[in-house]
Write a protein that binds this ligand. Structure first.
Ligand code: GLC
Length: 643
């Protein structure tokens, strides 16, 4: 390839563009793309925002509201269930959605079950916001944590105008939208993603790429945006990354699985061919050369969010989209030597993309796996080809939830059980299934564990329980309903009880506690970026605010999220939207943190848009699947309340 390539990200117009048959340097991956794929891609790119809305309209006709099939969970919701901390049936709450633009509101309030909605944007065609009407009933439960009730939150929400403009945070919201927009990346003049960071003062490294995981909060912000949501960029992103998945991926003569989605991609301008070209990283350029296991799961989850929000089923039903989903699922459901339903992973395969001792069966990936399986269940078309896959998905969901709910769960009672475990129990009757030696329990857990509360620990494998707290896995477990109602409540209790440790001064800790000294040397390989209380090793990441907010709303504890949002509002914009903070309490801007980190910006926006309009939660949350069996064992008081 003799032509010169330059960054073509923001707004640089190109004379003509096409996908590139691209050979990266030795250090990177070899990518090939067929002519057929090329033409398919350009066809796909022909979708305009208008076309999306045409599809949405078309689908409102095609899929009537009472359609009772596997798409049930995809219908746009104006109602959802809050978890009930008493462990009884979840309370159905009809959320009066924010009247962001009442002139455009005409969607009927149609209580169609807990996850039901109007099959998409059920307002008039002019109502692109698709928000429900305000005359919904409200049945609310008090939030036990803060002695205030959800009613307050919803009252505030109903009074909210749009995008935070009613509050003192309006200028911060405006700034966030402006910055988010300036990070848009274009291909063929169409927005396809966002740069990871736009920090003029730091070396770009790979922060000038579109990361799949980083784009998720941006996509949600665009879908939730009022009064004019922007689904176009989300659709373009989904199709562009799907196209990249179709490329042959080879690292050092070794070809990666067909279903692997890239960690990131970049739009370059090829001055010789005078067109935009794509360059993707499937792990070949990443630190440690690990493929991102989370990308494919996020892709499926986002596809559902897009469908849920817009009601545009034509995207998920496209043959190539169905195929892309199946390829991802086949990667994870293939038979092997496993005795566990969890997915075996290398260190660095997720947001924590450096060595941090998360190899094995990290909770983040297991929860995302579960979430993606359940989303796929809603979106896979039932035909002779898919039915076997759908059955496998169902079986895996059952096994995975049993495994995680039982073996990853830790609370005071369970900790006490493990502390008293007998070892060397051969046979299937063993209580100590993985032969965990009680002496391996780290001292900090005994102090950290409150009497009230619990969480899913970081990892479980033979003779190993990683007791560290990881926020993403726990929040995703709540959103996907992998956590039972009682577990979700206990997780919220823990966050409250250990506020200083887990939220600190600048939310939120990605993991707790930090690895220090000898342990840091051994586990991270002396990684200077991951020194104690920094970056992935106990650093605090503003982006996680959206996940906490979503989980809090789902668990019926929005006041917890409000407290965290208030903290963020005191500093995030002033500090230049850094990627992460350092220190035990997250007080200091991270040593190597990029400023104007896009997902710090979009994470804040999503948190605000959800707290103002809790019905947005339906885009990123699944109701409990009643068919999944509850854990058999009562491990603690926080569990027993559900029985
Ligand atoms: C860092 C983070 C990773 C993120 C990327 C881009 O590598 O560890 O999770 O996706 O930056 O922001």
């Amino acid at each position: 390839m003799s032509s010169s390539l330059s960054d073509s990200n923001n707004n640089i117009p190109s004379a003509s563009s096409d996908e590139l048959q691209f050979h990266m340097d030795d250090d990177q991956i070899t990518i090939e793309t067929s002519a057929a794929e090329k033409s398919k891609a350009s066809e796909q790119q022909d979708d305009t925002a208008d076309e999306i809305w045409r599809n949405i309209e078309h689908n409102r006709v095609r899929f009537p509201m009472n359609r009772d099939d596997h798409r049930e969970g995809l219908k746009r919701a104006t109602t959802f269930k809050y978890l009930n901390p008493t462990g009884a049936e979840g309370v159905e709450v009809l959320i009066p959605t924010t009247d962001h633009d009442s002139s455009k509101q005409s969607a009927p309030a149609s209580p169609m079950g807990t996850d039901g909605g109007g099959g998409g944007r059920d307002g008039e065609s002019s109502d692109k916001s698709g928000r429900g009407s305000l005359d919904n009933k409200t049945i609310l439960k008090p939030s036990p944590s803060v002695g205030t009730s959800l009613l307050n939150l919803v009252t505030e929400a109903t009074g909210a105008k749009s995008n935070g403009t009613e509050s003192g945070s309006s200028s911060m919201m405006d700034e966030a939208w402006e910055r988010l927009r300036s990070s848009f990346v274009y291909f063929q003049k169409k927005p396809v993603g966002t740069l990871a960071a736009l920090d003029p003062s730091a070396e770009a490294l790979n922060y000038n790429q579109v990361f799949v995981r980083d784009f998720v909060p941006t996509a949600l912000a665009c879908l939730m945006r009022v009064p004019d949501p922007e689904p176009e960029i989300v659709k373009n992103f989904l199709l562009k990354t799907l196209h990249l998945q179709g490329w042959k991926k080879t690292i050092d003569n070794f070809t990666l699985g067909e279903g692997v989605m890239p960690a990131s991609f970049k739009v370059m301008y090829d001055s010789y061919q005078e067109k935009d070209v794509l360059k993707a990283d499937f792990g070949g350029s990443a630190i440690g050369r690990v493929a991102p296991v989370d990308s494919g799961f996020w892709w499926i989850i986002l596809l559902r969010s897009y469908t849920k929000c817009t009601g545009d089923y034509t995207l998920s039903e496209r043959p190539e989209v169905q195929k892309g989903m199946k390829l991802i699922l086949n990667l994870c459901l293939s038979d092997g030597f496993d005795t566990f339903p969890t997915l075996l992973c290398a260190d660095g395969c997720s947001m924590i993309d450096r060595r941090m001792g998360i190899y094995g069966y990290p909770i983040e990936i297991q929860a995302l796996f579960f979430f993606a399986l359940r989303c796929a269940q809603q979106m896979l078309k039932q035909d002779s080809d898919s039915n076997r896959l759908i059955e496998r998905i169902e079986r895996r969901i059952t096994a995975l939830s049993y495994h995680i709910r039982n073996y990853y769960w830790l609370d005071f009672t369970q900790l006490n059980n493990i502390y008293r475990y007998k070892t060397e129990e051969y046979s299937h009757t063993a209580v100590n299934k993985f032969n965990v030696i009680p002496e391996s329990i780290p001292d900090w857990v005994f102090d950290f564990m409150p009497l009230r509360g619990g969480y899913f620990i970081g990892n479980v494998s033979p003779a190993r329980m990683d007791f560290r707290w990881f926020l993403i896995g726990n929040c995703i477990a709540i959103l996907s309903s992998l956590a039972t109602l009682a577990q979700a409540t206990a997780i919220m209790d823990l966050v409250e009880e250990r506020w200083e440790d887990l939220i600190g001064e600048m939310p939120l800790k990605i993991a707790y506690p930090a690895l220090e000294g000898y342990q840091w040397r051994i586990v991270t390989g002396c990684d200077p970026k991951n020194i104690r209380w920094s970056y992935h090793n106990g650093g605090s990441w503003p982006v996680l605010l959206w996940l906490l907010t979503a989980a809090c709303i789902k668990a019926g504890r929005p006041q917890i999220a409000k407290r965290a949002i208030e903290l963020v509002e005191q500093r995030l914009s002033k500090d230049g939207w850094p990627e992460y903070y350092d220190g035990k309490k997250g007080r200091y801007i991270g040593k190597q943190a990029r400023k104007y980190q896009t997902w710090s910006i979009s994470g804040y926006l999503v948190a605000k848009l959800m707290i103002e309009n809790p019905s947005n939660l339906a885009m990123i949350s699944l109701e409990e699947d009643k068919k999944i069996e509850k854990p058999r064992l009562t491990r603690s008081a926080s569990w027993s309340c559900s029985r």
